[in-house]
Design a binder for this molecule. Structure first.
Ligand SMILES: [Zn+2]
Length: 311
């Protein structure tokens, strides 16, 4: 049986987020939303309409660590005694939302992000972190594991790219996709730095879309916006759009040697808050794809990281 959607407001530009409830035992919620009063009120109202007492929630599934989806999970677990289930990479990031901020800042600087833009990003990231409760215990769910949610047996499928450790949950006749698939929106391949360096978020995302394409074409219940009855055309369009943008980045690069931030500002001239971070994430993703194809090379010039066409 499909879960019931409860739409929750968020304090972020992305707008409302979807939580999904399986009202039977074990009562399960997927992505309980941000730590944000209006979202908790909306969740309470939604549960009341369903006749579900919040105290009966036994399991909290988290698709990915972004605080619009998971920020409230630790507090809800503490209130109800429910267990949080998420991929180990997501759990690590709920505990430390931006991993190693110094390593990330250093990398951003080397990609050419100027000081004042870094300060703006930092302020925005601090605001985002303020909507996450600290996490105590959590159960690790890995790719291919099955987990009960109400009367459903969900299959966890690892679909990283938008976020490391992002899980989709496949049930009988539906897929809960988190932010991997959203109607009329191409999810961001968010820049992530871990112990081994910068992750190749966009190449990972493409593999995840291909993974979803290999599954039955079931209706998708996304992390934002409405259900997608027939996702196959949307998944194909994502791959086409990414290929088109990749080619645009290649032609914009021309014969220059440039830093990724400068290139990202040509595509998305935004310098406030987290926008330049997302723009840089996107352009670095395309540069990674071009590098994989042997068309572009990344190199160091002193402390700077630069890109040029391979000749
Ligand atoms: Zn997200």
């Amino acid at each position: 049986m499909r879960p019931t959607r409860i739409v929750l407001p968020t304090p972020y530009a992305v707008g409302p987020v979807n939580a999904y409830i399986f009202p039977d035992e074990p009562v399960t919620i997927v992505d309980p939303g941000p730590l944000y009063g209006p979202a908790q009120d909306a969740l309470e109202r939604g549960l009341q309409e369903l006749g579900v007492d919040r105290g009966r929630i036994a399991r909290i599934l988290v698709t990915h660590h972004h605080p619009d989806h998971s920020g409230y999970a630790p507090a809800l677990a503490a209130e109800t005694g429910a267990e949080i289930c998420a991929h180990p990479d997501a759990i690590a990031r709920i505990r430390r939302p931006f991993g190693d901020p110094e390593a990330t800042e250093c990398l951003l600087r080397r990609h050419g992000v100027p000081h004042e833009v870094l300060r703006g990003m930092d302020k925005e990231l601090q605001r985002i972190v303020s909507h996450i409760a600290p996490l105590e215990a959590a159960r690790e769910i890995c790719d291919g594991e099955r987990v009960r949610a109400g009367e459903e047996e969900l299959l966890a499928v690892l679909v990283p790219g938008h976020a490391p450790g992002h899980l989709a949950f496949v049930g009988q006749g539906f897929i809960i996709s988190g932010d991997t698939v959203i109607a009329n929106l191409t999810p961001n391949p968010v820049l992530e730095v871990d112990a081994s360096g910068r992750r190749k978020s966009l190449p990972e995302y493409i593999e995840s879309i291909k993974r979803l394409q290999s599954l039955p074409n079931l209706p998708i219940l996304p992390g934002h916006r409405d259900e997608i009855e027939d996702p196959a055309p949307l998944l194909a369009r994502y791959l086409e759009q990414i290929a088109e943008r990749r080619e645009r980045v290649l032609s914009a690069l021309g014969d220059r040697t440039v830093q990724a931030f400068a290139l990202s500002q040509e595509f998305f001239p935004m310098r406030r808050g987290a926008d330049p971070f997302l723009a840089l994430s996107e352009v670095l993703g395309h540069l990674d794809l071009l590098e994989e194809r042997g068309l572009v090379e990344e190199s160091q010039e002193g402390d700077r990281i630069v890109f040029r066409r391979r000749t």
